[in-house]
Design a protein around this ligand. Structure first.
Ligand SMILES: Nc1ncnc2c1ncn2[C@@H]1O[C@H](COP(=O)(O)OP(=O)(O)OP(=O)(O)O)[C@@H](O)[C@H]1O
Ligand code: SF4
Ligand SMILES: [Mg+2]
Length: 354
């Protein structure tokens, strides 16, 4: 039997503030203090990993969070699940701000907001059996009476496609794909409303990736869970997500419904990302597109460029881009784009920047 998002909402243990969305990030900031290097060893630097991210996730919705390595995707996921406390900003779950809550007050929210980690090898304690790993999640949240976890553990193993009788085995006795299923079962144990899946299949063999993605898809339908789905693979995001948020250097530069972002992206960075994916036509029905090659590396998040952070690699940059930071503004089809010269690609993408 499948669960609609409305039924899932009704079963939440946290009463919603009237009119509040399931999850809302408002101007979320995470700066890490780091020491300088070499001559600057005494300097205190700030890594601006997340620098003003706002995002809204509806009941049962799936948002894909994409962008190059180091742009702040995992940090955003760790903030949402409060493995990190933000430097500033709000994390509103059903209208309640959990950004600064102490650990005891966070407890009921931890049940509702779960994280699936990228690496199925290091995210499971090698000294514990699968039964203990999943059973601990049940015990911590008082979901079953002490000593009565086993039937529920078996049920969860069955749900994620593992043999229920393998509860006594250790993580090393499973393959990578099977371990990721154990991580998914652990997240499911507490009946979450939101799962942040941080590159859940990128460490797996290609042949196994589709199986785990199908499992996540089934769980989403069956339990009405909303997802923040972090991924490098834009093909997987297109398949799995309702909408897409594109991050660059700690900010969201473009966001919108999946078909709008993939069909007519307006931000040059999104256009460049999509042009690098072989089988994704940016402008549908057009001849094969040329790849946009971005010059240079991503600038340091310690000292991001003035104005538009993408300007040092953007082929459309003009003087204003160095002076005025573009705001995330609404364009056609509800697309939000942060670019002074936002425009859909004209036909196939032909710009070449090297
Ligand atoms: N604990 C930390 N201390 C200092 N800097 C950190 C810390 N965690 C993350 N960072 C930095 O914050 C930035 C964002 O990191 P994050 O892991 O969120 O990126 P990401 O988008 O998930 O990258 P990837 O795609 O490689 O996983 C990076 O520059 C990273 O080095
Ligand atoms: S604001 Fe300027 S530099 Fe930034 S993406 Fe737009 S054109 Fe490029
Ligand atoms: Mg990451």
């Amino acid at each position: 039997m499948t669960t609609t998002a409305t039924e899932s909402a009704a079963r939440s243990r946290i009463p919603a503030v009237p009119g509040a969305p399931l999850l809302e990030l408002r101007d979320l900031v995470m700066h890490f203090n780091v020491k300088g290097e070499g001559m600057l060893i005494r300097a205190n630097n700030k890594v601006r990993a997340v620098d003003g991210v706002s995002l809204t996730l509806g009941e049962g919705e799936t948002i894909g969070l994409v962008g190059e390595s180091g742009c702040g995707k995992s940090t955003t996921g760790r903030l949402i699940t409060r493995l990190l406390q933000p430097t500033a900003g709000q994390i509103l779950y059903r209208g309640h701000d959990i950004a600064k809550l102490s650990e005891p007050k966070l407890r009921p929210y931890r049940r509702e907001l779960q994280l699936i980690f990228q690496d199925p090898y290091s995210s499971l304690n090698p000294r514990h059996t699968v039964g203990t790993i999943i059973g601990t999640a049940l015990r911590v949240h008082d979901l079953v009476p002490k000593g009565e976890e086993l039937p529920r553990v078996r049920e969860l193993l069955d749900i994620v496609g593992l043999n229920p009788e393998h509860y006594n085995r250790y993580p090393h006795e499973f393959s990578g794909g099977q371990r990721q299923r154990i991580g998914i079962a652990r997240a499911l144990a507490v009946k979450p409303k939101v799962i942040v899946a941080d590159e859940p299949v990128s460490a797996l063999d290609v042949s196994i990736q589709a199986q785990v993605m199908n499992l996540l898809e089934d769980l989403r339908k069956e339990f009405g869970i909303a997802f923040i789905f972090i991924a490098h693979d834009l093909g997987v995001v297109r398949h799995f997500c309702d909408s897409v948020a594109v991050m660059y250097l700690g900010r969201i530069v473009e966001q919108g419904a999946r078909d709008v972002v993939y069909g007519a992206p307006q931000h040059p960075y999104t256009q460049a990302l999509l042009s690098a994916v072989p089988d994704l036509g940016v402008a549908r029905g057009t001849p094969p597109k040329a790849r946009i090659r971005l010059s240079g590396d991503v600038p340091s998040p310690i000292n991001p460029p003035s104005g538009c952070r993408f300007r040092t690699r953007c082929w459309k940059a003009e003087d204003i881009c160095a002076q005025v930071e573009p705001k995330l503004e609404r364009k056609a089809d509800g697309l939000l784009s942060a670019c002074h010269f936002a425009a859909p690609p004209a036909g196939s993408l032909t710009a070449q920047v090297d």
